[in-house]
Design a protein around this ligand. Sequence first.
Ligand code: UDP
Length: 490
Amino acid sequence: QQLQHPPHIVLFPFMAQGHLIPFLSLAKLVHQRHPGRYTVTLVSTPLNIRNLRKSLPHDSPILLRDLPFSGVDYGLPFGSENTDSLDYHDIVKLFQASEALKPHLEHLLSDITQREGRPPQCIVGDMFTGWTAVVAKKFGVFHATFSTCGGFGTAVYFAMWLHLPHLHTDDEEFAVPGLPENIRLHRSQLARNIRDTDGNDAWAAFLQKQISLNLQGASGMLCNSVEEVETTGMKLLRKVTALPVWAIGPILPKDGKSSDSRTGKKAEMSLATFVEWLDRQSPASVLYVSFGSQNTIGAHQMLQLAAGLEASERPFIWVIRPPLRFDLNGDFRIEWLPEGFEDRMRESGKGLLVRNWAPQLEILAHVSTGAFLSHCGWNSVLESLSSGVPLIGWPMAGEQFYNSKMLEEELGVAVELERGPDADVTERMVGRVVKQVMRSEKGEDMRRRAARCSEMIRAAVCDGEKQKGASMAALDSFLEIASRAPARGD
Ligand code: UDP
């Protein structure tokens, strides 16, 4: 009976788009590389499963299963099942609520065991759901943690939360236990939750527990990165976790289409509008500005950024979100955009302003795009480097600060504009950094380095008859090991 069922892989992402989407892309990739060889089930809460189902064709082999979830029991607004539009303080409640899925996941595994005569071969969990490693152990199942961040970012994030080194020094700059001495961080590189923690609050309690459970219980890690691009980061991640790490990235949406199809968010302009506008610009002349799917910048910061972009006289595409407290649907207002800015940009053709959402992959892939002013979210980083586009970093949250550091210091493909949501960005700073990236020898060097990253990425995902890229080989090796290995500690 055992032989009748292919090896079964259960994926359990944390409930945020930046996790759900790469996990779904991983499921697609497994089926695409090995049609029919594995059963892949992706598990989440009902709302997330409904959303994911909409993005899959009816005949998709990926199985989607939902688990009962009641966020209101944890103080979440009614209907909240992911981080979309959640307040900062509610995110930690979502973290806590996610652990309540544990008995339901166990129930699902029991069902699979009964139906298939054995438990699944492997659970792929998330860095925020270390408790899935405990479940895996209970069922004697191989467990891997899939980090949807880069190697360097994940390693530093783990080490920072486990040791909270900034609480033990008054220095502005400090080393991080577990990382080499030469990797020093500055207080300005702390995300809000880690800056404000006293080591005993809900953030620290949750993250330290989940990271530790992952490190104790996982048999290995998958990382959405490329070994050759992130050589140092991968070494660090192996050192910090003491686990085998498979660099299987970049896992980007397979159809190469922009994220609106994945998340339901729509660009207000058609793709053709962007392409026509970009076609009119010279090669590598356009600055693309976007802060990802979650962040908005403040009114003063927007005014300064707008003035800096206008003064820099480089063409730009800017994905604009009204600052918090301003009306999303109202007209552009002089409180947060210079008077007449939108009209001047439209009439002169200098800048394309788009509200809320733009087709990022296509913009980055266009030959006219020369740099990306980004919050350095990992998906944005991978997308930029895949297209050979250097970055201007303005990290805002999470491990984005470490990504930005790595891009600037290790890869030499970025310069940092400022750090954090409270940064005092000025018109002059914007002008200086845009000039540096778009019009200087250093900028040319960054572009060459980014192009080299793009080549390495292409080689890593190459899947030819004769040659298999490093990321594809790593994925196959993981699948092979996961479907044979006994659970850790058994
Ligand atoms: N994205 C997009 N259009 C936008 C803003 C974001 O397509 O206007 C996509 C982007 O291509 C990326 C994702 O949303 O795939 C953002 O992920 P990232 O990890 O960079 O940042 P996050 O949104 O998680 O902070």
